[in-house]
Ligand binder design. Structure first.
Ligand code: ATP
Length: 338
């Protein structure tokens, strides 16, 4: 079967890592009809829009996208394409598995966390205004509806994937109403899942506990902003942003993308690590029930990482993006047919 999938190369290191991933999927024999769409600065130059209608129409048709990072310039005049896309498609759940990989040496081998981040509200509602010159108000929106929806997602996922514990992360000691509503909503869902251990941690304390002993955690459930920050912290536990995948999920639509951004500091140098986007693509293959191809690619990736000779600089090696991709493709080609 041929899958029709929207491909958003993005900018910065986006085109380099998406090209690598498309190549690996092709070598693995997954039949995909890619509909390439542009977003952010690349599409602003072409069409004057950062989130063009054609892109949204394409995803409305395919229900599925693989997305490279899209830069959000800091400051005024440009709303985040990433946030805009999540809102436009109601991709309410952001799922980020954080696992140690073979051959990637870190102080925490055996780390296996799952981050579930609420994706539609909180300070990302984008509601800011100048109250008087010199005073800005940024509104943090928390609703019972979105908090309950993400809690259901986290607990249902935990049950389906045999996870033992869900930890809700908050700052309700300070934001008693907003984070308090988030916690109340999660607690009511937790009560309906007595087989899953449920606990709560304050966000600052959990940051310390994660860097000292991540093994004590399992599924982490967070509102949007804490989810963003704690995701990068957790990426650091397993080798950095180059190796952590992600999925943005809605009722009928899924957009798979790495946790990392466009990494302008290394863009165009051919040294970006495509592992995070490749692992996001493996989540996509699982979603498409292409499990055999996903397993072949996962094995190939793990063999290349374990061998250590073709690692990119972020993992301490000297390989280029294309050396690393070539090595994975060779392993995929050498794998016995499924
Ligand atoms: P954003 O705010 O857009 O989410 P970020 O804060 O997550 O972005 P990145 O652009 O992801 O920041 O980059 C942070 C650091 O991680 C940079 O030094 C970058 O070079 C490194 N990095 C990110 N992704 C990769 C990758 N795929 N391969 C190698 N290094 C990476």
């Amino acid at each position: 079967m041929t899958h029709e999938i929207t491909l958003i190369p993005g900018d910065g290191i986006g085109p380099e890592v998406t090209e690598a991933v498309v190549r690996v999927l092709h070598v693995a024999g997954v039949r995909i009809d890619w509909d390439t769409q542009h977003a952010g600065v690349t599409s602003l130059e072409r069409s004057g829009e950062s989130l063009p209608r054609e892109l949204l129409d394409s995803i409305a048709r395919t229900h599925l996208a693989l997305k490279g990072p899209v830069t959000t310039p800091i400051g005024q005049g440009f709303t985040s394409v990433n946030v805009g896309l999540r809102k436009a498609l109601t991709l309410f759940a952001n799922l980020r598995p954080v696992r140690s990989l073979p051959g990637v040496v870190t102080p925490f081998p055996g780390t296996d966390l799952l981050i579930v981040r609420e994706n539609t509200e909180d300070l990302y509602a984008g509601l800011e205004h100048v109250v008087v010159p010199g005073v800005v108000e940024s509104l943090k929106i928390i609703t019972k509806e979105a908090s309950t929806r993400i809690a259901h997602f986290a607990f249902d996922y935990a049950v389906r994937h045999r996870r033992a514990r869900v930890t809700a992360i908050h700052k309700a000691n300070i934001m008693k109403l907003g984070d308090g509503l988030f916690l109340d909503s999660v607690r009511s869902v937790a009560r309906a899942h007595p087989a899953i251990v449920y606990d709560e941690r304050i966000v600052d304390a959990v940051c310390m506990q994660l860097v000292m002993n991540p093994g004590r955690f399992d599924v982490l459930l967070l509102p949007n902003l804490y989810g963003d920050i704690v995701s990068d912290l957790c990426a650091g536990l397993v080798g950095g942003l180059g190796v952590v995948p992600g999925a943005n999920l809605g009722e009928h639509t899924a957009v798979f993308e790495a946790v990392h951004g466009s990494a302008p500091d290394i863009a165009g140098q051919g040294v970006a690590n495509p592992t995070a986007l490749l692992m996001s693509a493996l989540m996509m293959l699982d979603h498409l029930e292409e499990s055999a191809a996903a397993a072949t690619i996962r094995d190939a990736l793990e063999r290349v990482l374990s061998r250590g000779t073709d690692r990119t600089p972020d993992l301490g090696g000297t390989a280029t993006t294309s050396d690393f991709t070539d090595a994975i493709c060779r392993e995929v080609e050498a794998a016995p047919a499924a």
